[in-house]
Design a protein around this ligand. Structure first.
Ligand code: NAD
Length: 251
């Protein structure tokens, strides 16, 4: 039974794997047996050390995903590691906080381009490879703001709601080619993304009080969902957005 979750021999590309949720996901996939290709703006040395300590291969690719320019090169580099690309985790993302009356166009574009446009075009580049090689797994990192509006983050909410729609759209098209496209919607996790919230004496306790599990998430809390959606265990799962939120959406 557990062999369904075994990722030995698979190559997984994880964007933004140098820190936070992407780092947790990369390590989880490596623990399940996958070799890891990290793509991001910053060196992923800490992640590399942990993946290699597990006996898995690790390749670090520099890529600024605020534009779509690097997506083909990223996929080519990932394929070159082992001659295959089985798993893509679209994790890299940014958030810009401002009252909606004050949001600047440059911030709107940066959030939409990184969180949505690059996710689509990287998925497209990967799926072109996967479709010719028997399929694969694409896991998008959505958000609670794929379901809710949030506060002072309109571009982020729009981008993550669109990621949920994109996940369903791509699943519909690519399921027949053996490609599973699904998403994880993390709740409130302790990463750079939420540093401003955790430092806010009003928002932090208000958020914590609404989480039934009674604590913020840690990157390792995504391990099970990530391995599930990256493995054969989810072969008949298409187009879902799986909340991993300590029960937030159940309230
Ligand atoms: P983080 O800020 O620690 O990590 C973001 C990652 O994305 C970093 O590796 C960063 O280098 C990378 N990145 C950002 N812009 C990039 C660019 N232009 N090119 C390449 N890489 C880029 O935050 P995190 O919480 O680990 O965020 C990871 C994902 O999870 C994001 O998509 C975020 O929206 C999502 N998310 C986070 C939470 C949370 O509570 N932390 C909740 C829901 C969703």
């Amino acid at each position: 039974m557990l062999d369904l979750f075994n990722l030995a021999g698979r190559t997984a590309l994880v964007t933004g794997a140098n820190t936070g949720l992407g780092q947790g996901i990369a390590i989880a996939l490596a623990q399940a047996g996958a070799d890891i290709v990290a793509a991001g703006r910053s060196p992923a040395d800490e992640t590399a050390a942990q993946v290699r300590a597990l006996g898995r291969s690790f390749l670090d690719v520099r890529a600024d995903l605020s534009t779509t320019a690097p997506v083909s090169d990223v996929v080519d580099a990932a394929v070159a590691l082992n001659g295959r690309l089985d798993i893509v985790v679209n994790n890299a993302g940014i958030i810009r906080r401002a009252d909606s009356l004050d949001v600047e166009e440059a911030d709107w574009d940066a959030v939409i381009d990184t969180n949505l446009k690059s996710v689509f075009f990287l998925s497209q580049a990967a799926a072109r490879h996967m479709a010719q090689h028997g399929g694969g797994k694409i896991v998008n990192i959505a958000s609670l703001l794929s379901f809710q509006g949030g506060i002072r983050v309109p571009a982020y909410a729009a981008s993550k709601s669109a990621v949920a729609g994109l996940t369903r759209a791509l699943a519909n098209e690519w399921a027949a080619q053996g490609i599973n496209v699904n998403a994880i919607a993390p709740g409130y996790f302790d990463t750079n993304n939420t540093a401003a919230l955790r430092a806010d004496p009003v928002r932090e306790p208000a958020i914590l009080a609404r989480i039934p599990a009674g604590r913020w998430g840690q990157p390792g809390d995504l391990a099970g969902a990530a391995v599930f959606l990256a493995s054969r265990a989810s072969d008949y799962v298409h187009g879902i957005v799986l909340p991993v939120d300590g029960g937030w959406l159940a309230r």
